[in-house]
Ligand binder design. Structure first.
Ligand SMILES: NC(=O)c1ccc[n+]([C@@H]2O[C@H](COP(=O)([O-])OP(=O)(O)OC[C@H]3O[C@@H](n4cnc5c(N)ncnc54)[C@H](O)[C@@H]3O)[C@@H](O)[C@H]2O)c1
Ligand SMILES: O=C(O)C(=O)C[C@@H](O)[C@H](O)[C@H](O)COP(=O)(O)O
Ligand SMILES: [Zn+2]
Length: 346
């Protein structure tokens, strides 16, 4: 079941009321170095006076087990008991990592997600996937654990830089492509022009919640939420830890969307005209990610660690027409590498 979700200007007051209940022994707030500065001042008036702060460095490179250890050190030093509540205030790195820290500390304490990036508001804070990267493989360690609540207030987006907004937008586009052809068509016609994110966030969250509700542990249908991620994660992993070449999660997923749409055309699931619409739209928003052709095999091989695989079979989620996705579509390493070469040539 999806966690209770509170949206808009009600979100933080609702959180405040929950944190003041007697069943909460202590409130701990997890931030990264940016959200400590830019988002905590908005949350602070809603917190009990005796809350404690835990800060981690910002960035995907810190989404690791060693950062978790620092968080667990702090929880332990503050003598947090099982009735402590961890409030994760940040983007997807903080909500994923904080979710995992809460799930494992003393076999599980409650956490509340307060997402502060567009990406975390429409995707990462919803659905209970927690995790950290390991050996640069994305979310290699993690558990499914729903938070005690999700509190989405678009006010946090006011300080977010445009590159981060675009990164989050990729997951919105993914939701349209797998489940809402009409919304994709509307955005395609007007370009990425958004005056008010609020209705778009609401819609996107509702799409994700519907899918998660049907298959919370990803035994089937939920795999459609992973569209763009077989290639996208491989690309993100490949570039992670190469100074100056790192890309944001959503940027990698935008590239993955193009590659996997091309794969769908090869399998006769998507028409060339639909592929053209998708890639024209993607390139109207995102710059091309640079790699050289001789790197394509190495990038493709990283997909051997994808969580949708069974044994040596790489299972992709592909579009069967815009607005509809099918999961467990086997693809070969050679096909994945070819899709990257197609992207490279565009
Ligand atoms: N669990 C899931 O279902 C799920 C879904 C999608 C993505 N993810 C994960 O989410 C992560 C990406 O999340 P992200 O894009 O939010 O990145 P992020 O958490 O790194 O945040 C991006 C940057 O924005 C800063 N920031 C956060 N809120 C801000 C604000 N309001 N104003 C100014 N700066 C702010 C952060 O400090 C960081 O520097 C990836 O690790 C990805 O794997 C998880
Ligand atoms: O919620 C899901 O399910 C997703 O796949 C959403 C993705 O956008 C997200 O990036 C997720 O973290 C990927 O999960 P993984 O299982 O491929 O690590
Ligand atoms: Zn994603």
């Amino acid at each position: 079941m999806n966690a209770p979700l509170s949206f808009g200007s009600d979100a933080l007051p609702t959180l405040a009321a929950l944190l003041r209940q007697p069943a909460v022994s202590r409130v701990l707030v997890l931030t990264d170095s940016n959200t400590a500065r830019l988002c905590y001042p908005l949350l602070q008036p809603h917190l009990p006076d005796d809350h404690k702060l835990i800060e981690i460095p910002a960035g995907e490179e810190h989404k690791t087990l060693s950062t978790c250890e620092n968080v667990w050190n702090c929880l332990t030093e503050y003598r947090t008991d099982r009735f402590g509540v961890l409030v994760n205030l940040g983007g997807g790195v903080v909500t994923d990592l904080g979710g995992l820290c809460a799930a494992l500390y003393k076999r599980g304490i409650r956490c509340m997600q307060v997402p502060t990036t567009l990406l975390a508001q429409v995707d990462a804070s919803v659905g209970g996937k927690t995790g950290v990267d390991f050996q640069n493989f994305k979310n290699q360690l993690g558990v499914f654990q729903e938070p005690a609540g999700v509190f989405i207030d678009p006010v946090f987006l006011q300080t977010l830089d445009p590159r981060q907004l675009k990164s989050g937008y990729a997951e919105i586009v993914k939701h349209w492509l797998i489940a809402d052809a009409a919304a994709f068509e509307e955005q395609r016609r007007q370009g990425m022009f958004v005056e008010d994110w609020t209705p778009i966030i609401r819609e996107s969250v509702a799409t994700k919640q519907r899918i998660v509700e049907a298959d919370p542990l990803e035994s089937g249908l939920r795999k459609i939420l992973n569209f763009g991620h077989t290639v996208g994660h491989a690309l993100e992993s490949f570039l992670l830890g190469q100074p100056g070449r790192e890309v944001l999660h959503g940027e990698a997923i935008a590239a993955g969307i193009v590659c996997e749409s091309w794969l769908a055309v090869q399998k006769g699931l998507l028409s060339p005209e639909e592929l053209d619409k998708i890639e024209t739209f993607i390139f109207s928003v995102y710059e091309k990610i640079h790699f050289v052709t001789f790197e394509t095999d190495a990038i493709a091989e990283l997909a051997l660690q994808d969580k949708k695989n069974v044994g040596a079979t790489i299972n992709c989620t592909l579009l069967q027409g815009i607005g509809h996705a099918v999961y467990d579509q086997p693809v070969t390493l050679a096909e994945l590498a070819e899709s990257l070469r197609y992207y490279h040539r565009l």
